[in-house]
Each structure stands twice: as C-alpha cells, then as structure tokens.
Design a protein around this ligand. Structure first.
Ligand SMILES: Cc1ncc(COP(=O)(O)O)c(C=O)c1O
Length: 351
C-alpha cells in the first residue's frame, strides 16, 4: 500500500493496520436520536451563504441565497461525508477504507483517509472521464479501474471490503445514518444563518444523500426551535438519467431503478448519473413530505448556469453542482411560485 498505482480490475491485497489510537469523537444529536461521529468540518467557516441580488432582479425572485460548498478542502460537499466516514472507520479500528466514485467523492475520500492515517482504495468505472485521479494518487490512494458502470464499481468496492476486512465507505443502508448526519449540517447551517425561514431549498441529486441530509438538518432545527419551519425541498438532476427524478415525475411511491442500458455519461453529467440511487427512497420521502418537487436539467443548462454564476455572482461552480438551482429557476419561470426566501445549494466548484 505504500506505492501509488493505477490498475484495471485488480484490487490490491488488504494490508490493513489495526489503529491503536482511534480519533477523538464529538457526538452530535440528529433527528432519529442516533449519535454519530462529527464530520470534523468546522461549520463556522468555509460554507458561505451568498445573497444573489443580481439573480433576484434577473429572475424576479424576492430573496435568493446560494449556499456554496466549493470551499470545502477538495472543492465539493463530499468532504463532509468523507470526513465522517473516515472518523467512523478509525473509531471502529479499521486501517483502510474503500469506496467507488466518478471523481469528487474519490478525492474527498482519499484526502479524508490520508488525514486520518488510513489507506484508501478507490474503484472507478474505466469509461468515466474522471479528471481528478492525480489528486487521489497524490495523497496516497490506490486506484482500481473497473469495466462497469458506477453501480458495478460500488459492487466491486463492497465485495473487496467484505473479503478483506476493509471499511466500506460507499453510500447505502449501512452508512446512511453517518452520511445523512454529515449533510444535515448543511441544513442546520442555513437554518441558523438566516433570520427568516426559507420557503424553498434546492439541491442536486445523484444518490439522493445530499438532498435527504439537508432536509434532515432543517427537520432537526425545527424540532429544536419551534420558530424554524421546514422548507419545500427541490431536487435537480441530469436529463432522464436519475431514478429519483423519474420516480417523482412518474408518481411512484418508491424509487424505481432505471434501465442501465439507457444511461449515458457525459463529462458534464457524470456526478449526477445513476440508474440506482442508494438513498433514493429517503430523498423521495424528503421531497414529498416537504411539499417540494424534482426536475431535470439538461447539460447545456448546467454549463450555462455555471457561466452565469461566474459572470454575475463571481463564483466558480461545477456545472453539475447547479442542477438544483436550474430546476428552481425553471419552475419559478414557468409557475411563478409565491415569494419568500429561496436557497440553492451549489455543491462544488469548477475543478
Ligand atoms: C458536486 C456534486 N454535487 C452533487 C452530487 C450528488 O450528491 P448525492 O449523491 O448525495 O445525491 C454529487 C455526487 O457525486 C457531486 O459530486
């Protein structure tokens, strides 16, 4: 595990180390009553809530705030869950973590593992554009390219974890409480920073973890403080390539998988594409329970919106990270929702 390497379809031997000194834990309370390890990310800085006066005028909105996650250590919201998973792995005595990624979670996981003194093995679909492999290698991660889609890479990473007593840091039922709690901090930060209750909060969707976590954060803030209300939750994802949006639009009670053969990744939509959403049911419940909705954003709209944010707000945002904002603006243009404070979570910067 000392040497950086990139190989196809061949996971390395486990070589884990039992950690003697587990990281100190600072438990947090979250709505389901579970105590989870702190993500270690200081919520007092680094996640600005920016008032977008220019966009308010341009789109006829009363108040629009942008919650920008691009200043996280590796540039996306994924640093929050990566830090939480690495802390959990350490507290359980693991010496190595594994995860699958299209890029952003991989860099975040590699960095969080290195910070926690853990080895990290990352599975990436061979066909993905993934521009961030060098960053993963630079902090000592091992990369395994697999001839499959993202879901196949998750399977490969999981079975490697099971066979080799390595910590599985992938999204899904085993880790949902850790990841939702880490993302709930986004909702709690917004609720704490704004004097008024937002009417609507929008976020991008892939596995649905970010959006569901944000909702849990508002839910927990509302339970603790009766003056805080839960906003409508709006999800945006890539055109016809995400099961949460298609299930919402079809009126399905549960999140129904898409046909894997219909999935087309592009360099723009990769962070948002999947045919099975690991936390799809929880995200769908959050959208419905809050009275919100979900919609699609075509690649060109993601790119256009990212350019508009650079030009008019002065922030550099990853096109995929604007999917929630695109759906919020489109639905406002078409239906002219009531006024109030709207918040768009922009999950990453252009890297
Ligand atoms: C920048 C960015 N935004 C949003 C998402 C979607 O997050 P989730 O899988 O939690 O729905 C991803 C996932 O890879 C991402 O990389």
């Amino acid at each position: 595990m000392n040497e950086n390497r990139e190989r196809i379809d061949e996971p390395p031997a486990a070589g884990y180390l039992q950690q003697q000194n587990a990281a100190k834990q600072y438990p947090l309370y979250f709505p389901n009553g579970q105590k989870v390890p702190s993500s270690g990310i200081d919520s007092r800085c680094g996640h600005p809530l920016i008032r977008a006066h220019g966009l308010e005028r341009r789109f006829g909105l009363e108040k629009l705030f942008l919650k920008f996650e691009g200043f996280n250590p590796t540039g996306t919201q994924k640093d929050r869950i990566a830090a939480a998973q690495a802390a959990d792995a350490r507290s359980k005595g693991f010496g190595q973590i594994t995860l699958a990624t299209c890029g952003n979670y991989g860099v975040a996981g590699a960095r969080a593992a290195a910070d926690a003194g853990l080895d990290c093995v990352i599975f990436i679909p061979a066909k993905y554009h993934t521009r961030r492999i060098t960053e993963m290698l630079n902090v000592g991660a091992t990369i395994v390219r697999v001839e499959s889609d993202y879901e196949g890479a998750v399977e490969a990473s999981r079975s490697y974890a099971e066979k080799s007593w390595v910590y599985d840091a992938n999204p899904g039922p085993n880790n949902a409480h850790v990841q939702l709690a880490a993302y709930a901090e986004i909702g709690r930060e917004i609720a704490g920073e704004l004097a008024e209750n937002p009417a609507l909060v929008a976020a991008p969707l892939s596995n649905g973890t970010t959006l569901a976590g944000v909702y849990q954060g508002f839910d927990s803030a509302a339970r603790e403080n009766a003056s805080k209300r839960r906003p409508k939750i709006v999800g945006g994802s890539t055109l016809r390539q995400n099961p949460i949006v298609s299930s919402f639009l079809n009126g399905s009670e549960r999140c129904v998988d898409l046909d894997p053969s219909a999935i087309r990744e592009t360099s723009v939509n990769e962070p948002l594409v999947n045919w099975r959403a690991a936390d799809g049911d929880i995200a769908l419940d959050a959208i419905r329970e809050s009275g919100g909705w979900a919609g699609y954003a075509a690649d060109y709209r993601l790119v256009e919106t990212s350019r508009m944010l650079r030009r008019e707000v002065g922030i550099d945002v990853l096109p995929a990270a604007t999917a929630g904002l695109v759906v919020l603006l489109d639905s406002h243009r078409l239906h002219h929702q009531d006024g109030g404070t709207f918040v768009a979570v922009l999950t990453g910067r252009r890297l």
